[in-house]
Design a protein. Structure first.
Length: 67
């Protein structure tokens, strides 16, 4: 029976896996709730992971050596 190799997801080096954060705007609305916005990591776009290194290297090589 074939075994499937699962490559573990790499944690984003920019955010260490904490891809989204709620940032307070420093005030409260009419109901007394804090006003917040959600900020996402620019590197991983809010997923907390990046593609496997092999995929990144292949993409970079294809981009660098296209004619």
């Amino acid at each position: 029976m074939p075994q499937h190799r699962h490559t573990p997801a790499r944690i984003c080096p920019s955010c260490d896996g904490f891809a989204s954060a709620a940032v307070t705007l420093g005030g409260r609305d009419r109901n007394g709730q804090r006003r917040t916005i959600t900020a996402h990591c620019r590197t991983c776009h809010g997923t907390g992971t990046v593609p496997p290194l092999r995929q990144l290297l292949d993409t970079a090589a294809d981009t660098a050596f296209t004619r």
